[in-house]
Design a protein around this ligand. Sequence first.
Ligand code: 5GP
Length: 197
Amino acid sequence: MRLLKDKIKTEGIVLNDNVLKVDSFINHQMDPKLMKEIGREFARLFKEEEITKVLTIESSGIAPAIMTGLEFEVPVIFARKRKSLTLTKDVYTAKVYSFTKQENNEITVSHKYIEKGDNVLIIDDFLANGQAAIGLAKLVEQAGANVSGIGILIEKSFQPGAEEIRKQGYRLESLARIKSLAGRKVQFVDTKETVYH
Ligand code: 5GP
């Protein structure tokens, strides 16, 4: 997606060979116009899937997920990273090791909001090792629902998550794919390049 790639080129900050900072348009300050376009793009990519719910993880996935849910006209759910006092039982849980915080989180979603027969689209901001996306997929499967696909804003293709997700049989669509962050430079995967297929 050109708009997202342009933003990454102009405003993304490469912290080191593994981490890209996008605080000015995704992770702290957010760009609503970009989020709207992202929602449209996911709606276009997954239009055949009869999506009934969009699922993400707090907090940075919420903005793109809500714009996607708006396009599909379906509810949006965010998995919680910390146990909530009001969400103690009747929850699906999965363990997720956080790439950025380097700690284990038990992510939860109430039984009420994902049901058998739902076609769930999972949305997240980044894909690194795939822990967050696969954890979310496990929650969906615990509910007996179907993972219709995984939509990612920024895939770091040089890390193992993308391959792992495809190996597990999920449909993955990433709007920007990064080949390398070496030398403080963002190099995108050329869309003509076939690295996975
Ligand atoms: P994974 O679970 O795939 O290892 O990592 C994905 C999660 O870690 C995302 O939800 C995102 O919050 C965070 N993350 C992974 N890599 C980056 C990165 O390069 N920059 C930022 N800002 N967050 C990242």
